[in-house]
Design a protein around this ligand. Structure first.
Ligand SMILES: [Mg+2]
Length: 291
């Protein structure tokens, strides 16, 4: 067993050796600076999605809340989760609207590839990855979807994946076991019809014509309401306006990696370089000295 004085002696000797090493380094005419640690804007966010027990806990919590509210939603004919729901809808059959990526299925492996290769998103590389059909289910999502189906609730998948990868998206859902009895009819993809842009309102309106939408699951404010492609303040105001919806009508999954919140930080100016975007983002950091 080491005594306290032995321990201090070891440390002093180690310190002495360190000073000698520093002295040697100082004598070298061309000191080599340490290489900067590799970094990427997405590193921590992707690691959280891929490794944090808290991410799993958060999604289980969200789907549990969703499941618990199904009974109340079914029993109340005045209940709708869609702002587009108009007229007499009480007698319509019930449905839920699910976004796909980071709402019920995961794309963190695609994003981890970008981090590791210091790459960035483009529709082309994204669609190539979608065609691999390797997404995994988010914890709790399958159980929730199956419970809804057992209760006779129709499921529509309203995703901003584009129409050209609709078949791969359907295959992925099928492979994972999500209910898709209607095949491609159950998926409402971006640009599938000319009027179906990135704002999902027109697609929610289509579902509302035939069904009472009792819940919406997403990871982006845009999955729930129009007007989310806007400033940070406007996005917060929209979130507050529908404060009563969260957790019962609207179920939001955490996504620290990407989404409208991210674009809003640099006013969606995708012409900026990565460095310029990072500079814009850093301007939003608030310290104790800031207002
Ligand atoms: Mg999503």
């Amino acid at each position: 067993m080491h005594s306290r004085t032995q321990g201090i002696g070891h440390r002093l000797r180690a310190l002495g050796a360190g000073i000698v090493m520093l002295g040697l380094a100082a004598c070298q005419s061309t000191p080599t600076p340490a290489a900067p640690a590799p970094t990427h804007e997405g590193t921590n966010a992707i690691l959280w999605l891929q490794t944090a027990a808290e991410y799993r806990a958060a999604t289980l919590q969200a789907f549990r809340s969703a499941t618990l509210h199904l009974e109340r939603a079914l029993a109340d004919p005045t209940w709708s989760a869609a702002l587009e729901q108009q007229g007499e809808f009480g007698a319509l059959p019930p449905a839920i609207i699910l976004d796909m990526d980071e709402a019920i299925i995961r794309s963190d492996r695609f994003q981890a590839g970008l981090v590791k290769n210091d790459g960035h998103y483009s529709l082309e590389v994204w669609n190539d990855w979608v065609r691999t059909e390797t997404s995994e289910a988010i914890s709790g999502a399958l159980e929730y979807a199956r419970e809804a189906r057992e209760r006779g609730i129709k499921i529509f998948y309203v995703t901003n994946r584009t129409a050209e990868v609709e078949a791969s998206s359907l295959a992925t859902l099928r492979k994972l076991g999500f209910p898709v009895e209607g095949g491609l009819e159950d998926l409402l993809t971006q640009h599938e019809r000319p009027e179906w842009g990135s704002d999902k309102s027109s697609r929610r309106a289509v579902v509302c014509r035939t069904h009472r939408v009792i819940q919406i699951v997403g990871d982006n404010l845009n999955d729930f309401t129009s007007g989310a492609h806007s400033s940070l303040d406007r996005r917060l105001a929209l979130t507050n306006r529908y404060a009563d919806y969260w957790g019962s009508r609207w179920i939001v999954m955490p996504n620290p990696s990407y989404g409208g919140w991210d674009g809003a930080l640099f006013e969606y100016d995708w012409s900026l370089s990565r460095g310029e975007i990072l500079d814009r983002k850093r301007e939003h950091l608030k310290t104790t000295e800031d207002d």
